[in-house]
Design a protein around this ligand. Sequence first.
Ligand SMILES: [Fe+2]
Ligand SMILES: [Fe+2]
Length: 444
Amino acid sequence: MATTASSPGPGGRNLRRDSCNLIDLQRSPFLSHYRKQLSKAGVSPAAPFPHKIGAFLSKHIFAWAYSYLKFIFLPKHKFQNYTDSIGEKGVYVLQPDSAKGGPDPSSPIRVSIAGDWGTGTSEAEDIALHMEAFKPHYTIHLGDIYYVGDQEEVNENCLGKAEPYEPIQPVRWPHGSIGSFAMNGNHEMYANGDAYFELFLPTLGIPSSDEGRRYGQKASFFCLQNKFWRIIGLDTGYNSLGFPILEHIPVIRDIPGIGPSCKLPRSLIEWLRDQVQPSGDDRGLILLTHHQYFSAFEEGYALPARQLAEFINRPILWFWGHEHRLAIYGKYGTPGGIQAYGRCVGHGGFPVNQGRPITNPKPPLVLYDDRNYKTVEGANLGFNGFVNLTFQDNRLSIDYRDFRNQTLLEENWHVEAGALRGISIENINPELTRTISHANAAFT
Ligand SMILES: [Fe+2]
Ligand SMILES: [Fe+2]
């Protein structure tokens, strides 16, 4: 079995999932269900073809067929919203811990974010520990639990619960002292979103907001806000799957309804319009989604940015995952879409593709991490990492770190009358790749 040694865990389990099991995993439900069964059979994806055939001349071929057909023929999970919630509207106070007499509004508020983290690898475990060391008030996962985000994988890769089918030490998503949220990714939807909505979300949310009823996180979107800032998490994963098979064929996938659109669901748009009302607001705005708005390395998903143009007419900070890398962009928008300072942080656990060429020169890429972490079975892998945000009054500090907890760069922002203003970029690791000599281009 392709696993690596790690520190001994409960029940004699002393192995983590080896990242080589995840290398070259395609964004395909069919192939993701296949890779899950290959892993359950204990066969590396790099194993010779006869080994794979042997593995599948067993119950695993039936399990693959069953899980994939279940995905194809059963409807995806109901899109949960706040209309049927008791009292909750999905808008929560962004605040530090309550001291005696209530929280001090000028105290720093710490938020730790990781994307594409749900892998169960030792790198994911390291990142979870470093996030906890930051003592965050909130943690947010930007989505993707591998291979298909089903019950077994949510248990093993996010809830720290061992599954009997493999001797892997499970990993637990770190919670903030006030709350924790998880975004929806395409891989969660490969199992129709059932385990994401029914198993993972109930463990998250703001416990104090439901008066002990433990509803957890009620929906796949939310807003955290205070006097100066708003963090709005949106769901681009729910509509991220295209038509089976056809979505992978070039040209055909561009036909509306065939390829993935990542369209924001109607009830989410109504929530923005009725509850959040970003149009007349003048707080600093930070968006979170699983999918990238734009990219210098692969295709982007511009439809949500066009939907958001109804509400947002000023530049925002936008953190996303899906692409497994760290990349920092200057201000950019596609026709009809909002303007955003893009921050790709989808390097939270999935093996990072290192050495990939820039294929789209339009988005103003300023910095990215293309350092070589290791080479596994011929694949060059980059560094996993995460990001810590510290809010204090109208100031925001963003600290990008790798899985060894080394700072890669820090950026500092102010918000003044709704306008984001970049103040400085500091402590830039000299090994990061610069495509523009002035790092301050990340603010312009
Ligand atoms: Fe991913
Ligand atoms: Fe993804």
